[in-house]
Design a protein around this ligand. Structure first.
Ligand code: ARG
Length: 467
């Protein structure tokens, strides 16, 4: 028996050894070793509970505690020998524990299975990852708010269909992204609540005949609740899928912003300058400065979306309870977290230090696009004209301005009066970009007064979220 365990951890009833090819195909130690700290924490909590429930002796527990501590040090120092003969992180650690402390090591697995063990490890790992991501997301939101507060009065064209629509402030545009990321934070918090349930105790699938105390293990590991049904506890990975979906939305929001940075920094737009440190040059065209960072954010969104598809597809049609398919949950999840973490960090730096608006170029674009046409229509409506008629009158005024190659505000009063006798000298107040923006003065509107309030509210919200 002892010899068998040395090679695989489960091969007692097998008459021939597993082939090298099968070993390589089925092993996960190369990637799941990343959960070693969680695996050790879970084992420690399990062993302590077994001791308190008198399932394990006090001296066996002391041996296990000492052995796991040493293993943890060996792994952090890089001197631990990993072997794919031992399939995964769980069996590698358990084998080493038995080498170090003998029989006590072999007793650790009493009342549990790798099925509830791995489900516990992945939940602990993901909970920790979510906490890191939430911190990074809060930093990103703060960077957006700081950039917005430096440019509350900068006016730019707002777009629909990528065509100039109405003037807005640059700060208002930035706050739209902060609002997306605020919802993303809520989604992470919400996903975390369902991640934070303890599977341990479900054992292989049906529970265990030992008098275990699951609540004690949950308390030691900081789980908010126990997973209920044991079959469900060891098999479903919906918590990972939910998290991935939240991660995808964050990447989607980041990719939308990145696309705007690419457009805005292009010479055609010229709305912003991106700091050189976030761009690269072309090896052949000396005039070029490429926005590589935002382009890569856009590109990396694809792979995070792909990981979500992988997780959903691996779960689909799995019969109860645990199946080896679930071993495939780790790499997509790890790469999702790594990609998102790196992306949040670099975009936060970019927003904090890498974006300089060019207000003159923005104004020019707003003027060329007749962005205040709606304001002229609203002016006529306030003077009694039905909106549809006003719309038509303004369309003709715009056509006139276009043929003369002039801004609406540059048309003389007699010319404007040709389109409606309701137009007076005060029309020029609404035709200016400042007048247009200032008039949208209600919660959620683009008036600088509202934008200032929105920034303050968002900052207060961020402070309130700090745990
Ligand atoms: N390496 C496995 C995984 O990641 C651990 C659980 C294996 N359980 C089993 N009965 N083969 O899912």
């Amino acid at each position: 028996m002892a010899e068998n365990f040395k090679t695989s951890g489960w091969s007692g009833r097998f008459s021939e050894p597993v082939s090298e090819q099968v070993k390589r195909y089925t092993a996960s130690a190369d990637f799941d070793r990343r959960m070693y700290a969680e695996d050790i924490a879970g084992s420690l909590a399990h062993a302590r509970m077994l001791k308190d429930a008198k399932i394990l002796s006090v001296s066996d527990f002391a041996d296990i505690e000492r052995g796991l501590k040493q293993i943890s040090e060996e792994i952090t120092e890089g001197v631990f020998t990993w072997s794919i003969d031992l399939e995964d992180v769980h069996l590698n650690i358990e084998r080493r524990l038995t080498e170090l402390v003998g029989d006590a090591g072999k007793r650790l697995h009493t009342g549990r299975s790798r099925n509830d063990q791995v489900a516990t490890d992945i939940r602990l790992w993901l909970r920790n990852a979510i906490d890191h991501l939430s911190t990074h997301l809060a930093l990103l939101r703060r960077a957006f708010l700081m950039l917005a507060s430096r440019h509350e009065d900068v006016i730019m064209p707002g777009f629909t269909h990528l065509q100039v629509a109405q003037p807005i402030t640059f700060a208002h545009h930035l706050l739209a992204y902060e609002a997306m990321f605020a919802r993303d934070s809520e989604r992470l918090d919400d996903a975390r609540r369902r991640v934070n349930h303890l599977p341990l105790g479900a054992a292989a699938l049906a529970g265990t005949s030992y008098p275990i105390n699951r609540q004690q293990v949950a308390d030691e590991l900081g789980f908010e609740a126990l997973c209920g049904n044991s079959l469900d506890a060891v098999s479903d990975r919906d918590f990972a899928i939910e998290f991935s979906a939240a991660a995808v939305l964050i990447m989607v929001h980041l990719s939308r912003f990145s696309e705007e940075l690419v457009l805005w920094s292009s010479p055609r737009f010229g709305f912003i300058r991106l700091a050189d440190s976030f761009c690269t040059g072309s090896s052949i065209m000396p005039q070029k400065k490429n926005p590589d960072v935002p382009e890569l954010v856009r590109g990396k969104t694809g792979r995070v979306v792909g990981h979500l598809m992988a997780l959903i597809t691996l779960m689909k049609s799995q019969p109860l309870a645990y199946n080896k398919d679930n071993q495939e949950d780790k790499e997509p999840l790890f790469d999702t977290v790594d990609t998102l973490m790196a992306t949040l960090a670099i975009v936060t730096d970019l927003v904090a230090h890498g974006i300089t608006p060019e207000p003159e170029r923005m104004r020019e674009a707003a003027r060329e696009g007749y962005a205040t046409a709606t304001d002229l229509a609203d002016y006529l409506v306030r003077r009694g004209m039905p909106f549809r008629d006003a719309h038509e009158a303004v369309a003709q005024a715009v056509r006139e301005a276009e043929t003369k190659n002039l801004d609406l505000a540059a048309l003389p009063l007699p010319t404007l009066k040709r389109f409606s006798s309701l137009i007076d000298e005060d029309v020029y107040d609404v035709l200016t970009l400042e007048g247009s923006v200032a008039s949208r003065n209600h919660p959620g509107g683009t008036a600088p007064e509202q934008v200032r309030k929105a920034i303050d509210q968002a900052l207060a919200q961020l402070d309130a979220e700090k745990r």
